[in-house]
Each structure stands twice: as structure tokens, then as C-alpha cells.
Design a protein. Structure first.
Length: 143
């Protein structure tokens, strides 16, 4: 079994993908980052369909809300309504700080909601904090 933490990043902004990848690359916990750019591809990855037929089951999902094709709220609802997938912790990591988005994410059973900091250094620090808490302290369910 692979000891690396499998992380699925669902993000359509290449800059945020790059920053997240950079922050996780320096992580103290071995991880493998998988990136998909829209909600439809996220669902295909999680359900191991199409070109993702051999995708690993993620230990954790970092989910943006503002996505093309299928938005993040729909992806979250789909994941949390599936008995097998619902155990995967979902961290909403989005540019929104709207109360309606926060409320909806928690109603759909997000495990955490984080508004992306605009500042580069703060963004890197936010991802590293996620790594510290979710990958070092929290016990994730076994695959």
C-alpha cells in the first residue's frame, strides 16, 4: 500500500494550482497531489471513470466552489450523498467569503471552509496550515 497521502485538488485557476503544489511540495508529510480542473472531471476521478479508471482514492479533497461544467457545491453534494465517497474529508478552499456559500458548504457536509487569501504568502501559509492539521494531526479513514 502506498504510504503517501493522496490529495485531490479540484481547481480551475492555474495560479492557485501552482501555489498549492508549491506549498505541498515542501510538506513534512509525503503526499501525492492530483489535479482536476472542473467539477465533472472531479466526479469522474472520484468514481474512477473514463480516463481516471485507475485513479487512486483520495484521502482528502481540496475543492473550489467556482468551477466550470459542474460547480463545487454540486460536487460536494454528490460526494457526500455517496456512501463510499462520503467518508473522504472535503475542504472547501475558495475565493468566496460569502456567508451564503459558507452556510451552503456546511449544509452539504463540507468538513471545513477556507477562503483563499489573496496575498501570496498568506495563501502558501493557509495551505501549509491545512497540511499541518489535516495530514499530521487528524486521523483519516483508511482507504
Amino acid at each position: 500500500m502506498n504510504d503517501e497521502i493522496q490529495i485531490l485538488l479540484v481547481e480551475d485557476n492555474p495560479g492557485d494550482v501552482r501555489l498549492t503544489r508549491e506549498a505541498l511540495r515542501s510538506a513534512k508529510v509525503a503526499n501525492e497531489l492530483h489535479v482536476v480542473g472542473d467539477g465533472e472531471e472531479a466526479i469522474e476521478f472520484l468514481r474512477q471513470r473514463g480516463r481516471h479508471h485507475d485513479a487512486p482514492r483520495p484521502d482528502i479533497v481540496l475543492l473550489d466552489l467556482n468551477l466550470p461544467r459542474i460547480d463545487g457545491a454540486e460536487v460536494l453534494e454528490d460526494i457526500k450523498s455517496d456512501v463510499e465517497l462520503s467518508k473522504i474529508p472535503i475542504i472547501v478552499l475558495t475565493s468566496s467569503s460569502a456567508e451564503v456559500d459558507i452556510q451552503q458548504a456546511y449544509e452539504l457536509h463540507a468538513n471545513c471552509f477556507i477562503s483563499k487569501p489573496v496575498d501570496f504568502t498568506e495563501f502558501i501559509e493557509a495551505v501549509r496550515s491545512l497540511e499541518g492539521f489535516w495530514l499530521k494531526i487528524v486521523r483519516l479513514p483508511t482507504r
